[in-house]
Write a protein that binds this ligand. Structure first.
Ligand SMILES: Cc1ncc(C[n+]2csc(CCOP(=O)(O)OP(=O)(O)O)c2C)c(N)n1
Ligand code: SF4
Ligand SMILES: [Mg+2]
Length: 347
């Protein structure tokens, strides 16, 4: 009798399959860019071999902020208030330093109502991955213009947008971000490599993903549409991320001029030169490139800026190694002697 081949499930370095990183079935519109982002996050975390329970998903309000339901079902998650994800994420990060914080937001959430919080969480350098699913509209509330909608865009129910857009990558670099990247939901391969690099970064990592809303902002000329993205995408580099144990594979990719960025956990980002040689460690070059890309309408993607060795908010406040949420009341409460000493200082 012929024996049937049993399909093999590929396991990651910690023995889990891709299915262990899945979420619930998506209820977003078919074709929504946010679904591509969910898939890329699932694949990135699986390939990095991070235990799902070691990630906490924080979000605001919007279709984008609903999307954490659709990946990493085993991770903890908190759907907060519109524009307030950064504040909740800061608290979670302080309470438990042993988990990696993953913030998911939208352009309305981060560039409109939450812009102040966006800038302050960056300024504080809370160690987290902060992904904006940027579609240039308020998708959940049926397509109003957001602060990233292109100037002059005309939409059926909204008319013409008369206000200039904010560039969240530019705002992030201005606010002191040490990792800033832009991805396109239509390019899953590049998006996944960028997410892996963001997870390996030892400070706050911003990834602005152009993630089309196929229901309310999908006109060909819109900066955030699939058509515009596909026709005008201009990657800064060919990017690939290697874990420490994969370093010997770099040679397979490194055919051509490359730049390597060593990450704190022994992993490495390898950037292969494309048409121009762009240096992502040059902050002024990053501003210039973002300004030019907007005026010339090039849709740039890739690693825009990186600075290693910045001080995180945990280091500024000298947090103990043991997570605060696991310290006993006895250890959290200052002793009488310590309180007396503090009172004497103020006496
Ligand atoms: C304080 C407050 N103001 C307004 C709203 C209504 N509201 C819900 S989602 C949303 C915009 C969402 O847009 P975005 O963050 O871009 O997410 P998308 O749906 O486009 O993914 C707004 C204005 C709200 N929920 N709370
Ligand atoms: S309305 Fe737009 S953003 Fe919301 S799920 Fe549909 S396509 Fe996605
Ligand atoms: Mg939006």
């Amino acid at each position: 009798m012929e024996s049937k081949a049993v399909p093999t499930v590929e396991l990651n370095p910690i023995g889990l399959s891709l299915a262990d990183y899945a979420g619930r079935p998506s209820t977003l519109c078919p074709g929504c860019g946010h679904n591509m982002v969910s898939n890329a996050i699932q694949a990135a975390v699986y390939e990095m071999g991070i235990l799902p329970e070691k990630i906490i998903k924080m979000s605001g309000i919007g279709c984008s902020s609903k999307s954490p339901n659709y990946f990493l079902q085993r991770s903890f998650g908190f759907n907060s208030l519109h524009g307030r994800m950064p504040n909740l994420a800061t608290g979670a990060s302080f309470a438990d330093t042993s988990v990696k914080v993953l913030g998911i937001s939208g352009d309305g959430d981060s560039a409109s109502i939450g812009l102040g919080h966006f800038k302050h969480v960056i300024r504080r350098n809370v160690p987290m991955v902060y992904i904006i699913e940027n579609n240039g509209v308020y998708g959940l509330t049926k397509g109003q213009f957001s602060a990233t909608t292109d100037l002059g865009l005309e939409l059926k129910h909204q008319g013409v947008n008369v206000l200039p857009p904010l560039d969240l990558c530019m705002e992030a670099i201005l606010s002191g971000a040490s990792f800033v990247a832009r991805a396109f939901a239509g390019d899953s391969k590049q998006m996944k490599e960028i997410f892996k690099a963001a997870f390996a970064h030892d400070g706050l990592a911003i990834v602005d993903v152009i993630s089309p809303c196929v229901t309310f902002n999908n006109k060909d000329e819109s900066l955030q549409s699939y058509t515009f993205g596909r026709q005008n995408v201009s990657p800064l580099q060919d990017i690939k991320f290697y874990l420490e144990h994969q370093r010997e594979q770099i040679l397979d990719f490194a055919d051509g001029e490359t730049r390597e960025v060593d990450m704190p956990d022994g992993s490495v980002i390898v950037l292969k030169k494309t048409a121009s040689d762009y240096d992502p460690t040059d902050r002024m070059a990053a501003f210039q490139m973002l300004a030019e890309s907007y005026t010339e309408r090039h849709f740039i993607t890739g690693l825009i800026y990186i600075k290693r060795g910045t001080t995180t908010v945990h280091e500024h406040y000298d947090l103990v190694d043991e997570p605060l949420n696991r310290l006993s009341v006895e250890r959290l409460r200052p002793s009488k002697a310590a309180l007396d000493e503090i009172n004497t200082r103020f006496g």
